[in-house]
Design a binder for this molecule. Structure first.
Ligand code: CP
Ligand code: NVA
Length: 301
């Protein structure tokens, strides 16, 4: 039994086989061919934070695979009234076949996993967003034909998505440049782990330097869920860290622009770039469905 708390819980080979499976599921879905391999299986979804893509793509994935899902806002469960994570995990394990949890504190996921006898999937924590990166890798492969040897440049906040991007790039042989303002660097332990994986990582506070020669430019919101109290300070600190047409000139001519969404046009990305010819953001969002189907098929017994 395996959990997906970090993208680093998967090996290079496992990631590639999930991406191959996702490609196959996507192609078959286009032809109206679906597999109902998860009939009678249930995914429980425990969410402490809002979601559009993650919730919908997991629910549609389970439905199309012949199974079902139960969505619970944590406040609606007895967890909100003090029941322990351990008891909750043990009880859910008696009913469902996997849990996807979106949590404020990554430790909640670790505790859930410790006490679950079913797979626990990180549907976003303060530290990582591994499901997002599976979809991003699939999208990059679709646009570039391969992963190894590419350069991905992350512009903006060294947040949960950035942390998973660092590990995912390191596992796949993608060089990653990260430009953040001072004080917003990615998690140090993640950078150390990624370097141990052989990752090629450059950290800078200069967005133009980071964007130089990029095959992929990636950004995310300046104010993540949970950071709302710092909104005014962040809007000011991140002003220079925007993906716009001027920054694109530093990247390769055929650069692909990614954003995990939700986007704030005019903040971390301009509307002309988010909706322009280099943007892959809607394919990225769609691929959440195909990669999570592949993941569910691999985890659920
Ligand atoms: N990218 C992503 O995880 O979006 P949601 O917050 O809408 O799920
Ligand atoms: N970094 C963002 C990602 C949303 C999908 C957040 O945590 O809010």
């Amino acid at each position: 039994m395996k959990h997906l708390l970090s993208i680093n819980d998967l090996t290079h080979e496992e990631i590639n086989s999930l991406l191959d499976k996702a490609d196959d599921l996507k192609e078959k879905r286009k032809r109206g061919k679906i597999t109902r391999e998860l009939e009678h299986k249930t995914l429980t979804m425990l969410f402490e934070k809002s979601s559009t893509r993650t919730r919908i793509s997991f629910e549609v994935a389970m439905r199309e695979l012949g199974g079902g899902s139960i969505y619970l806002n944590l406040a609606d469960t007895q967890l909100g009234r003090g029941e322990s994570i351990a008891d909750t995990a043990k009880v859910i394990s008696r009913y469902a076949h996997a849990v996807a949890a979106r949590v404020n504190d990554h430790h909640t996921l670790i505790e859930l996993a410790e006490h679950s006898t079913i797979p626990v999937i990180n549907a976003l924590s303060d530290i990582e967003h591994p499901c997002q990166l599976l979809s991003d890798l699939m999208t990059i492969r679709e646009y570039k034909g391969h992963l190894k040897g590419l350069t991905l440049s992350w512009i903006g906040d060294g947040n949960n998505v950035c942390n998973s991007a660092i590990l995912a790039c390191s596992l796949e042989g993608i060089h990653i440049n990260i430009a953040t303002p001072r004080g917003y660097e990615p998690d140090r332990n993640i950078v150390m782990q990624a370097r141990e994986l052989g990752g090629s990582i450059t950290l800078t506070d200069n967005p133009e330097d980071a964007a130089a020669g990029a095959d992929v430019l990636y950004t995310d919101v300046w104010v993540s869920m949970g950071d709302e109290a710092e909104t005014m300070k962040r809007l000011n600190d991140f002003k220079k860290y925007q993906i716009n047409s001027k920054l694109l000139q530093h990247a390769k001519n055929n650069v692909t622009v990614l954003h995990c969404l939700p986007a704030h046009r005019g903040e971390e990305i301009t509307g002309d770039v988010a909706d322009g010819q280099h943007s892959a953001i809607l394919d990225q969002a769609e691929n959440r469905l195909h990669t999570q189907k592949a993941l569910l098929l691999s985890l659920i017994r």
